[in-house]
Design a protein around this ligand. Structure first.
Ligand SMILES: Cc1ncc(COP(=O)(O)O)c(C=O)c1O
Length: 477
């Protein structure tokens, strides 16, 4: 492709994206396609000769858009918000245009230094003190894996340089709550701790980790000769946005010389509001922390912010090349390849830079406050509505609810079928998209508010859709 064609197609594509965003609200939120439907639209063999992109552009609507679930739709209430702002889209274009590889400072100094700047801006925005240092990872799952690797190496006296975990006399143990995200278990398994050495601790009625049960589990492990190694606090669990007691967990972690990692994948964004920071009280003394600007903030996936208090330790664990002998402070520059698992890295920082230039801290704060208020509005409706039950506190933007018609009272299996049918009815209507999920064995429906385009009227509409679906299911319509 020559630059004249690129320029022409590029202009058309920007128009296409803007048109798509403008008509988003009229599209069904959840993709209605059946498995294999999209694949069938594509040739089995790769194109033998290149024909340019004109055909691809024409086919975007018929071959792609129907097969996309629209995460930026104002009635997207499933999983968690994953906002890709216009500014972030443009930044991705710039990063791709530059095609820079930022694995070392020298391979693209701007990629490294812009990352240092914006990660420090972000640190200030969420109220972390000086001394915390951030690095961009692809996802929270990767960041948590790094945290557990760092914990493992701290507890084992850098066993990776000798026989690894295989050479240790006693097993190292990881602790998190039963409501912790599956990425914690995945990281513990991948880091070699083994399922037998992962404790998922019981939670209280607000679905937060019970510190008494944690202390009990640690005591049992120590009595059996096992070594407590890492503790993961979840601030904003995936199911209900429950908040683990970080400060109390820190005391336990320090008493047992454990690493404390905080998973605030969704909730970290709320910390741009000073009034929310009580939710992670004590966090400043944790060892590591992850949150995803690619969720509620507005920086398109993927962009995960991993903060540590001791970057030297991270570098020592992650670097296996000649720069191994350098400390993060010694070097005049940062080589981010030594702060992460892969070698190569994209110029992701430009997305946060563009996003913040466009929205500003105050713009972001106003939107997060709007979402919190919308969630409280829905909470109040559910609390007042007969036949509806709220399943969890609402500290952030997710409301967990279920319909409990009198006729089904107490029959959990029937209630599960009923609420799954309500969620399916709403989702298949295309009007909104929500996630049914289980909470301590009980079926519920999660309404996760926070798409950039979601106004109160969309929350009112999903509440009406839920009530209509419940009526239709109850009457057998
Ligand atoms: C609390 C929590 N932690 C971790 C994750 C995983 O995030 P990622 O997809 O960035 O790995 C999620 C995603 O839903 C989450 O809600």
């Amino acid at each position: 492709m020559d630059s004249a064609t690129f320029r022409k197609l590029g202009h058309q594509l920007i128009d296409w994206v803007a048109d798509y965003r403008e008509r988003l609200e009229r599209l069904p939120v959840m993709s209605p396609v059946k498995p294999g439907e999209i694949r069938k639209l594509f040739a089995k063999e790769p194109p033998a000769s290149g024909n340019g992109l004109a055909d691809a552009l024409l086919r975007l609507d018929e071959s792609i858009v129907r097969g996309v679930t629209h995460w930026n739709h104002p009635s997207f209430f499933a999983y968690f918000p994953s906002n890709t702002s216009y500014a972030s889209i443009l930044a991705d274009l710039v990063a791709a245009g530059l095609g820079a590889q930022g694995m070392s400072w020298q391979t693209s100094p701007a990629a490294t230094e812009v990352e240092e700047v914006v990660m420090d801006w972000l640190r200030q925005m969420v109220g972390l003190p000086d001394g915390w240092t951030g690095v961009v990872h692809d996802t929270a799952s990767t960041a948590t894996l790094c945290a557990l690797l760092c914990a493992r190496e701290k507890s084992s006296g850098f066993s990776q340089n000798t026989s690894g975990l295989q050479g240790l006399g006693a097993p190292l143990v990881v602790y998190a709550s039963q409501e912790a995200h599956s990425s914690i278990e995945k990281a513990a398994l991948l880091a070699g701790f083994g399922k037998r050495n992962l404790r998922l601790i019981e939670t209280d009625e607000s679905h937060a980790l019970r510190v008494d049960r944690l202390s009990q589990a640690i005591a049992e492990d120590e009595a059996a000769g096992r070594i407590p190694c890492a503790l993961v606090a979840t601030v904003g669990s995936t199911g209900t946005t429950s908040i683990d007691p970080v400060r109390a967990m820190l005391q336990v972690a320090h008493a047992h010389r454990m690493w404390l990692h905080v998973d605030a994948a969704l909730a970290g964004t709320a910390m741009v509001l000073p009034e929310c920071r009580r939710l992670w009280d004590g966090v400043v003394n944790a060892d590591s922390l992850v949150f995803n600007p690619h969720k509620w903030m507005g920086v398109g996936v993927d962009y995960s912010a991993y903060y540590v208090r001791d970057p030297q330790h991270l570098v020592r664990v992650m670097s296996t090349n000649p720069s191994y002998l350098l400390t993060a402070q010694d070097g005049a520059v940062t080589n981010y390849r030594d702060w992460q698992i892969p070698l190569g890295r994209r110029f992701r920082a430009i997305k946060l830079w563009f996003y913040l230039l466009d929205a500003g801290v105050e713009g972001l704060q106003a939107r997060i406050r709007r979402d919190l208020a919308n969630a409280q509005w829905l909470r109040a409706q559910v609390d007042q509505a007969e036949g509806w039950q709220r399943m969890a506190p609402v500290p952030l933007q997710t409301v967990c609810l279920r319909h409990v018609p009198e006729a089904l009272g107490g029959d959990e299996a029937a209630l599960a079928r009923h609420n799954l049918a309500i969620a399916r009815r709403v989702n298949e209507s295309g009007a909104a998209y929500l996630t049914p999920s289980l909470l301590k064995g009980r079926q519920m429906i999660r309404v996760s508010i926070g798409a950039e385009a979601t106004e109160q009227r969309h929350v009112e509409a999903v509440w009406s859709a839920l009530q209509d679906a419940a009526r239709a299911e109850t009457s057998g319509a």
